[in-house]
Design a binder for this molecule. Structure first.
Ligand SMILES: [Fe+2]
Ligand SMILES: [Fe+2]
Length: 272
């Protein structure tokens, strides 16, 4: 079995500091095999925000797979935004924009969907999908294949389709071809897990689309701060959402979803 701690959108610069040490302690106690952070580490891509984010990441277990979010691109400095949109991200967080981890049970690949020409929405392109599939296809057949992006491939019913990552359909067709099992994202600041087959009708393929809430920022959009603990024991996957309880000053499991891999992809196992 492998355990992933999936955190997203801490937004250093708009941080609820009361949460931080409990968040670190809870992630460390979960003993994750890999920590995933799906973007928006900062609020405005300022040096001091990136330094704080770096300090936070240094307190978490390794290995880590981290991708940038739209807030990690400078918003107001148009020179930096246009020419070197991810210069600070690369300096403080990591130079590799396609970080990769693999072992004999899982393979995890990060893809950058943050773009300088769009303020909020992200995009994925054909080259990124082709490179990702080439890497994942080199892994064993029974290795669970996981993609990490900041921008989402699925949305709650209350959201219009404009909030999806740009070129989502093209990317999902590619991911079906190379048998991607899980897609981990953030950006929405909402914790949700669904199956890709509900939106993308691709015969024989249904990936789990797993969104993490905001781990520590004050931009909760109606939900409490949370992160996910994903336990992978193929053909089973469980997704635990750990939610912040301000009164108790701790994170606790608020919801667990269970899934099983079937011939046509991942299906939810109903509660007994
Ligand atoms: Fe965010
Ligand atoms: Fe975002």
């Amino acid at each position: 079995m492998r355990t992933l701690a999936h955190l997203s959108d801490p937004h250093f610069g708009r941080l609820d500091r009361a949460i931080l040490s409990a968040l670190i302690d809870t992630v460390v106690a979960a003993k994750p095999d890999v920590v995933v952070v799906s973007g928006d580490l900062t609020q405005r891509a300022r040096d001091r925000e990136f330094k704080e984010a770096r300090h936070f990441l240094d307190a978490l277990p390794t290995p880590q797979i981290i991708v940038p979010g739209n807030h990690d691109v400078p918003l107001y400095n148009l020179f930096a935004r246009g020419l070197k949109p991810l210069a600070k991200y690369r300096r403080y967080i990591g130079d590799d924009l396609e970080p990769f981890y693999s072992d004999d049970e899982i393979a995890i690949l990060g893809i950058n969907t943050a773009r300088s020409f769009t303020f909020k929405n992200g995009r994925i392109n054909q080259q990124q999908v082709a490179r990702s599939c080439a890497r994942l296809e080199a892994c064993g057949k029974n290795v669970t294949r996981i993609i990490v992006t900041h921008h989402p491939f699925d949305l709650p019913e209350t959201h219009g389709p404009g909030g999806l990552v740009g070129r989502a359909r093209m990317a999902m067709a590619g991911f079906a071809h190379c048998h991607v099992d899980l897609i981990l994202s953030g950006h929405l600041h909402l914790s949700r897990t669904g199956q890709s087959a509900a939106r993308y009708k691709i015969p024989g393929h249904s990936a789990l689309v797993i969104h993490a809430g905001t781990a520590a920022s004050t931009r909760g959009r109606g939900e409490l701060n949370s992160f996910n603990c994903i336990r992978i024991a193929r053909p089973r996957v469980s997704v635990e959402c750990l939610t912040w309880n301000r009164e108790l000053g701790s994170f606790a499991v608020s919801l667990t979803d269970h899934f099983q891999h079937m011939p046509d992809g991942w299906s939810r196992i109903p509660e007994k």
